[in-house]
Ligand binder design. Structure first.
Ligand code: ADP
Ligand code: ASP
Ligand code: MG
Length: 286
């Protein structure tokens, strides 16, 4: 029975109706004979709202507390999604980072995942229970809650897929989002940019690192390291999206696969500064 990790992003669980729709999608995958684990992001713009709230009580909120606050968004959507699944007659249980031992380093706001309790997840799947895991959050060795950086639920999903070794039984990690796959450019900025049927990990990593927010870059790294195929697809449409995998048919023939836009970059041009600096006496000589 192929195992799927189905990850629903913020827009796909933005309100109760969409959560029910996501649950129906999971029910369809189960009816098709898949074993399913679910990962969810916070509902809609919840994370932004929580950050805004923190800014109203403190000028510089402590990063530890910011993580404790932000992680609550995913707790809400995981519990609601588990309820919606149970309502469809599918046994499900929400799990936070403590409950599935999602260990990270201590880097608040940008923590790196170090491990996850695969045995616990396997046990639940064997009992026919759908684990619904909170994306984005982790636990540091200190016991503190951490978060993986904005968009980090993708990384949670791929890490869980790797821990479950979904590729061994023909499964994959499905990233459900508000576009129908990875396009050659952000379809919101370039509406006629074509959708790619498949893209390699290296190509996707480069696009993600350059600003293509459709995938969290670290999720792609995880996928590549563990050989987890990633399927990016629309949460409201049935057709296949984009497969992120080791090899694609176009690998040799296309030089430019896509373009991405980064708006938060500045450029500093120093003219003649090097010469002045190099010829300045060192403190020891002065
Ligand atoms: P989610 O909340 O589901 O995680 P994100 O906002 O993180 O969704 O990612 C989906 C968004 O990524 C799309 O709405 C789209 O605007 C943006 N995006 C940027 N570059 C691309 C690209 N090359 N292909 C598809 N979507 C892209
Ligand atoms: N909720 C977090 C964010 O908005 C994580 C995610 O959506 O992947 O960045
Ligand atoms: Mg995302």
């Amino acid at each position: 029975m192929p195992t799927l990790v189905m990850k629903f992003g913020g827009t796909s669980v933005a309100d109760p109706e969409r959560i029910r729709r996501a649950a129906r999608r999971v029910a369809e995958a189960k009816a098709d004979g898949h074993q399913v684990a679910v990962v969810v992001s916070a509902m809609g713009h919840t994370t932004d709202e929580l950050i805004g709230l923190a800014g109203k009580v403190a000028r510089e909120p402590a990063r530890r507390e910011l993580d404790a606050l932000m992680s609550t968004g995913e707790a809400v959507s995981a519990a609601l999604t588990a309820m919606a699944l149970e309502d469809q007659g599918l046994p499900a249980r929400s799990l936070n980072a403590f409950q599935c031992d999602m260990r990270t380093d201590g880097g608040h706001g940008r923590a790196r995942l170090e491990g996850v309790d695969a045995d616990g997840l396997h046990r639940m799947l064997e009992q026919g229970v759908i684990p619904v895991v909170t994306g984005f959050q982790g636990i540091a060795a200190s016991g503190d809650i951490t978060t993986l950086g904005r968009g980090g639920s993708d990384t949670t999903a791929v890490a869980i897929a790797a821990a479950l070794a979904v590729q061994r039984d023909g499964g994959c990690c499905e990233i459900y989002t508000d576009v129908d796959g990875v396009h050659t450019a952000d379809p919101r900025l370039v509406p006629d940019a074509p959708k790619l049927g498949a893209i390699t990990y290296d190509e996707m990593l480069e696009l993600a690192a350059m600003g293509a927010g459709v995938m969290h870059a670290r999720a792609v790294v995880f996928g590549q390291r563990h050989g987890v195929p990633i399927h990016v697809r629309h949460s409201q449409r049935p057709e296949p999206g984009t497969m992120i995998q080791r090899e694609t048919p176009h690998m040799e023939s296309i030089a430019v696969i896509g373009c991405a836009l980064k708006t938060d970059l500045g450029r500093v041009h120093l003219q003649g500064a090097c010469r002045a600096w190099c010829s300045a006496p060192s403190p020891a000589e002065a």
